[in-house]
Design a protein around this ligand. Structure first.
Ligand code: CLF
Ligand code: SF4
Length: 493
């Protein structure tokens, strides 16, 4: 059960003492990477343990979703109602529907196994406020039983203005609104209808109502002191250029983060877009837009478009370990023991963070002196803790870091989907990894077999294991210096 939960010993391995350095001051880093020195203390306190609101936190903390909200009040053209709400999920995923009581049992079971758990989110499978009673009843039950967990919800925003007081009173500090447009002329191509004020509306009227309600909800939440993240689905040819305006609106109204997610579209999903052949953006198009949005609202780049019943660190999927039939009854003392374990883990993470920060500063020493003008991308195999602690063959995804003269920063992830499931030598899967890592010359892994390492080398990708179990920044800084003019200068002297 839950064997992929990060073992604490791999998170806690100490590093050599770092040297002094000015550290990374890149202006280009991901907005969700903001740390205690960039944010007011009360905001940092709200985000530091939230894996979606803080890129740093996603290395350490887990979230779980409970799928208690099946109904929806709008129809997006990228959604098929057979599956979960695509606004925060991958299409084609179906979650087990729960009652609020079942949801509480599940949260207790996960909490008993996973001290990394810090957030309970509700993100579907429909819209969480379309049938708000089930959503709020679930939050109330969990708030009473596990008061230290942060509560989080994700909505399309149509019903949001009617629920802001309840959200504030329940201490739900984190709300996501999916806003794909502010212009009804764009919106009529994204939404088939909305159900509002006892009637089904279509066309520009539907899009106008939805947009007005979303912005009203955003404004009220910000006034109520709730941290708001805005998700936008990037749909090439439909809202790609328009998302610059959405980003500006997001910034103007005081949302904390803007998360631009790629449309995932396939005829097999049975959606309007999928059947019409509407494509999703390429990784380069997504990055290009994110780069253009760099001066606006803070950006989230570590979203994994997870399921409405997701469990674990972002990028992990332990939902199959916690289906209803597998939930064990919890003994009376379990809740208190689990809370104490979470508290211990948080203290441990505080120490780790301080250590990692020093290591990151040490790693960036000299990086700024490089004569290289091109940034270098590095793929990292990590199962948490901000460390290079995963075997290449077990990596379901690669975390992508960029390094240049201005520093080291996280820029996103690329999926590898368990290249090594039946042993090494699965040529087609290795080919897929090579394709996934186009433009990335180096992989940092804890270990790799000689056969795949040679195959990757032949494809122009070097796999470095010298930094196994070190912090990511130590490895990224190390390979950059070794491969650039800095390394060549050292070799020549
Ligand atoms: Fe869940 Fe969403 Fe809360 Fe996170 S997910 S309700 S804010 S706890 Fe996170 Fe998943 Fe991306 Fe969502 S990675 S899809 S952003
Ligand atoms: Fe589907 Fe979510 Fe859109 Fe509703 S809000 S139609 S569940 S993607």
């Amino acid at each position: 059960m839950a064997s992929d939960i990060i073992p604490l010993e791999t998170v806690a391995r100490p590093l050599p003492a770092p040297a002094n350095s000015p550290g990374c001051k890149s202006a280009k880093s991901c907005g969700a990477s903001a740390g205690p020195s960039d944010l007011p203390p009360q905001i940092w306190d709200k985000v530091k343990d939230h894996p979606c609101y803080s890129e740093q936190a996603h290395h350490y903390f887990a979230r779980m979703h409970v799928a208690v909200a099946p109904a929806c009040n709008i129809q997006c053209n990228y959604c098929n109602r057979k599956y979960d709400c695509v606004n925060e999920s991958r299409p084609g995923v179906t979650s087990e529907r729960l009652t609020p009581e079942q949801a509480l049992r599940k949260v207790e079971a996960v909490a008993a196994k996973m001290p990394q758990l810090s957030v309970l989110g509700i993100a579907g499978p429909g819209d969480v406020l379309a049938d708000s009673a089930r959503t709020f009843e679930t939050f109330e039950l969990v708030r009473r039983t596990l008061p230290d967990l942060k509560l989080c919800l994700s909505t399309n925003g149509l019903a949001l203005p009617d629920h802001v007081e309840r959200i504030r009173d329940l201490n739900i500090d984190h709300v996501t609104i999916t806003i794909n447009m502010t212009d009804p002329a764009v919106g009529e191509d994204i939404y088939a209808w909305v159900f509002y004020d006892h009637a089904r509306r279509t066309g520009r009227e539907a899009a106008r109502i939805l947009s007005e309600r979303q912005i009203e909800g955003l404004r009220k939440l910000v006034e109520a002191g709730v941290l708001v993240k805005v998700n936008s689905v990037l749909i090439p040819g439909v809202n790609d250029r328009h998302l610059l305006e959405v980003n500006e609106m997001v910034r103007r109204h005081g949302a904390f983060l803007h998360n631009v997610m790629p449309l995932l579209s396939d005829p097999a999903h049975g959606t309007v877009f999928g059947l019409a052949g509407q494509r999703g953006p390429t990784a380069a198009e997504l990055k290009g837009l994110q780069d253009r949005l760099g001066g606006g609202a803070r950006l989230m780049k570590h979203c994994r478009q997870c399921r409405a019943d997701a469990v674990g660190l972002l990028g992990q999927d332990l939902s199959a370990d916690f289906t209803l039939d597998k939930l064990e009854p919890q003994p009376d003392a379990a809740a208190a023991e689990a809370e104490a374990a979470r508290q211990n883990y948080r203290e441990h993470v505080e120490r780790e963070r301080a250590d990692r920060e020093k290591a990151a500063k040490a790693a960036s020493v000299g990086v700024g002196a490089s004569a290289e003008t091109e940034a270098m991308l590095v793929a990292v195999c990590s199962k948490g803790g901000g460390r290079i602690n995963q075997h290449f063959g077990h990596a379901g995804e690669f975390q992508i870091y960029e390094v240049d003269r201005t520093g080291i920063r996280f820029v996103g992830h690329r999926r590898a989907d368990h290249y090594c499931q039946g042993g090494f030598g699965e040529d087609d899967k290795l080919e897929a990894v090579v394709k996934t890592l186009e433009g990335v010359p180096v992989i940092l892994a804890a270990k790799i077999g000689s056969c795949p390492a040679e195959r990757l080398k032949a494809a122009g990708i070097e796999v470095v294991t010298d930094y196994a179990f070190d912090y990511i920044e130590t490895g990224v800084g190390g390979v950059f210096k070794a491969r650039t003019s800095l390394g060549r200068a050292v070799q020549a002297s």
